[in-house]
Every structure is written in C-alpha cells, then in structure tokens.
Ligand binder design. Structure first.
Ligand SMILES: [Fe+2]
Length: 451
C-alpha cells in the first residue's frame, strides 16, 4: 500500500469504502442481505465463485488473466438479487491465491461486490424477476440479464484498469486495443453461463452450477496448461538460441530478429496462427546447427578450405539432427534444413530450386539475410534498412523467392524495422579477425581449393 502513488491509494480506499457501504446498507435496510431461505443458494454460488476465482487462467490475450467467477456473480443477480450478488463478489477477498497481497484481495473483493450490486440494480430496474426462475417466465429474464451483463463486464474492467493505471501510471490508452476487445468479448460470452445456472436452478438446484460451470472451468484449466506448455517451449528454444549465439560475438539477438522478421512475412502471406508460431520457432533455431560446426571454422579469418566450407554447409543438416527429437517443431524442421537453399538452385545443402524449396525455408532465407545486412559485423558496419531492402530486391528471383521479398517489403511498410543497437567493440583478440557471416548475401565466403 505504501508503494502506491497517492491517487491510487485514494482510489483504493474509495472502492473499498463504497463496497463496505453497500454491504452495511443492505444489512441496515433489509436486516440481512439475503433471505434465510436463500442461504443455500448464496453458499453454493459463493463457493463456486471462490473456486473459479482461486484459479484464474491466462487468456489467449497476453498479459490478461481471466476467471469465470463472474458467471457466479451474474447467476446471483437473478437468484438472490443485488445484495446477494455483492456478497458473492466479496468472497474474492479469501480466494486461494498464494502470494496475492491483502490490498489486492480487498480491492478485488470490493470491485466485484460493486459490480454485482450495480448489475443487480440494473436487472431489477428493467423488471427482471429476482428468485428461482419459472420455466415459462424464462424469456422475460433474458433482456434484463443481458443489460446486467453489459453493465457488469465493462464496470469490472473499468474499475480494474483504473487501479492498474493509477498504480503503474500507465494510461488506459496504452493497453493494446486488440487485446482488450478480445478480452471484453470473451467476458461477455462467459456471462451467458450465469443465466444458464439460474435457468437450470428450478430443475436441478445447486447441481446446475456444477453442470454448467464445471466443464467450462475444466476447459479454462486445460487452456492454462496449454499456456504453461507454450512458455516451456519458448524457454527451451531461447536456451538453444543462447547456446548458438555464444559461439559468435556478432550474432547476438540474430535468432530473435530472424524469428520476428519471419513471422512478419508469414502473417503478410496469410499463414494461420499455428504456422506463424511454428515459423517463429524455425527462425529462432535456423542456425542451431552451428553448434555442430567447430568454432574455429565459424570464426576463421580469411578464405576457407574446401573441408571447412563443407563443414559450414553441413550446419542445416546438423541443425536438423539436433532438434529432430523435439516433437512440437513440426514444419519448422523444413525451415531449419533448407534456409540456405537459393531460388535459382545454387544453394545448399540439397540445391533445391523454386517451388522445391519448402515455404518456411523461403521465408527464413529473406529474414536471415535482411537481419545480417542490417547488423554490425566485424568486417563492416550495419547497412541502412533501405540499402538492405534494395539488396533483397536485386536478389529476388535469383537468391530469394520474389513473393517472400515482396511480402517482407509490404510488411515493413506497416511495421518499420528496428535494427539492433551498435555492437560494442569486441575483445581485442576478436577484432584481429575478420569473421565472415555466412548469412550475409553481399559478402560471399571465399573458398580455396585444397591442393
Ligand atoms: Fe545458417
């Protein structure tokens, strides 16, 4: 609390105070917020809210965690009215989330109580009937319930974002709009489950909550597991990249940038989400085979012998050998194996040409060359982006697939490239060598025939 800026502290106290006033008011006015015969409903919904709130799941929207607990609040709006909905929301204070500070618990509980109460008032104002709904009166609930949901969700998000904004001094306009829209729509969609719980209550009572929300809860949990798995994949890939980049002083960050440029091209040519994810991995790992090439060959000053050049040409195959056992890479294998093929058939390792080259490899070839040209190397400074684009244009149809070059240039129009910062001077022993980059299309590797 002491770490919060004063406007955030004032806001926090105001939200908690408002929630406390609502609860006290309902006790004073009605004697009890919920009638004794409805205590069982209150307990079931509060328990359900608590279970869901204790295990929020990251949505497919980065940075946002969501729980389906608010469906229980909305069911309470119908079954036990605004005061009951406020009490259900208040249970967020005791959610089982180890490490969650008391201040956050109090804020969560207070804002859910306010949202439940306001939604309940809107529901009542629109003639929504409070209590276990009759089957033949169910249609009459839909309009008031939709209005209650339409108030609850934005109010919940607004109260939370205001707190985040005041606490972190990030303006709400800086929150990604696309992510927020997805978040809002998914929240509104989950809101309908509250209506189902209320509707089924007349038939199966408390089991309705389990019937409706348990499968949903399990689905959210499974989605959370999927996210955790994705994070572990990302960490594995990042560790492999790190291992490659430690072999070459000048290629730090190269894998990440190739990965990013590859995903820009992939999105531009209309690849689906799963393929874009796979090509990100392929971009990260395209040079993992360097681990199988002796460092002295990779860093050799001057022309290479035929044997040394052959060792470099083997790095795509070595890469494939290294990652072959990683099941989730799928199509990324083809990108790793063939990223040095050339459109005219003069590349390696297989000498494939044109449409024989896998699509992933065509994409990575462009991204790889572009990042190499726009990065510092020991034998030259980084080229400006327009110069690198011109080089790509010149080599479209010979070195690169013209479709991929055109797609990358279009992608750069809406997302300008951020070249890496200048590389600090390397240690003295490294400056004495002029290490050639095998990805740089403007600096062909010199090979001497061995005699
Ligand atoms: Fe390579």
């Amino acid at each position: 609390m002491r770490d919060l800026p004063w406007p955030a502290r004032v806001y926090l106290v105001a939200v908690i105070g408002a929630a406390a006033a609502l609860i006290v008011r309902s006790v004073v006015v009605s004697g009890a917020p919920v009638a004794t015969e409805h205590l069982d409903i209150l307990l079931v919904l509060a328990l359900l809210f608590l279970v869901c709130e204790s295990m929020p799941t990251l949505l497919n929207v980065e940075q946002f965690a969501v729980s389906v607990s608010f469906s229980a609040s909305l069911a309470a709006v119908v079954l036990i009215g605004p005061d009951g909905a406020a009490l259900v929301g208040l249970t967020a204070i005791v959610s089982v989330r180890p490490g969650l500070p008391l201040v956050k618990r109090l804020f969560n509980g207070a804002q859910f109580a306010i949202c439940g109460y306001v939604a309940g008032r809107v529901y009542e104002a629109l003639q929504g009937q409070v209590g276990v709904p009759e089957v033949n009166a169910f249609d009459d609930l839909i309009g008031p319930y939709a209005a209650a949901t339409a108030i609850f969700v934005p109010l919940n998000i607004g109260l939370t974002l205001t707190m985040i904004g005041l606490a972190t001094q990030v303006r709400a306009t800086e929150v990604p709009v696309r992510g927020m829209t997805q978040f809002l729509l998914s929240y509104l969609g989950y809101g309908t489950f509250g209506l189902l719980v209320a509707g089924l209550w007349a038939t199966v009572a408390s089991i309705s909550a389990v019937l409706v929300l348990l499968p949903l809860f399990v689905a959210r949990w499974a989605f959370g597991q999927y996210h955790a798995q994705q994070r572990s994949y990302d960490a594995t890939i990042a560790a492999l990249c790190q291992a490659v980049e430690t072999k070459d002083y000048y290629t730090r960050g190269h894998c990440t940038r190739v990965s990013h440029a590859s995903s820009m091209i992939a999105q531009e040519i209309g690849m689906g989400l799963e393929r874009v994810r796979a090509i990100r991995y392929a971009g990260m790992l395209h040079d993992v085979g360097k681990l199988g090439v002796p460092t002295k060959v990779l860093q050799k000053d001057g022309p290479l012998t035929e044997e040394e050049y052959a060792a470099i040409q083997l790095h795509p195959m070595r890469g494939l050998e290294i990652v072959r056992g990683i099941g989730f890479l799928d199509e990324a294998y083809a990108g790793i194996m063939h990223h040095h093929e050339r459109h005219d058939g003069t590349g390696y390792p297989m000498g494939l040409a044109g449409d024989e080259i896998p699509e992933f490899a065509k994409v990575i070839a462009v991204a790889d060359a572009f990042d190499s040209m726009t990065s510092d190397r020991s034998y030259r400074g980084a080229r400006p982006v327009p110069v690198a684009i011109e080089e790509l244009r010149k080599s479209a149809g010979t070195h690169f697939d013209p479709v991929m070059v055109a797609a990358f240039i279009r992608a750069l129009d809406h997302e300008p490239w951020q070249p890496p910062r200048r590389v600090d001077p390397p240690p003295p022993e490294a400056t004495e060598t002029q290490i050639k980059d095998h990805d740089d299309p403007t600096m062909p590797i010199q090979v001497v025939t061995g005699q």
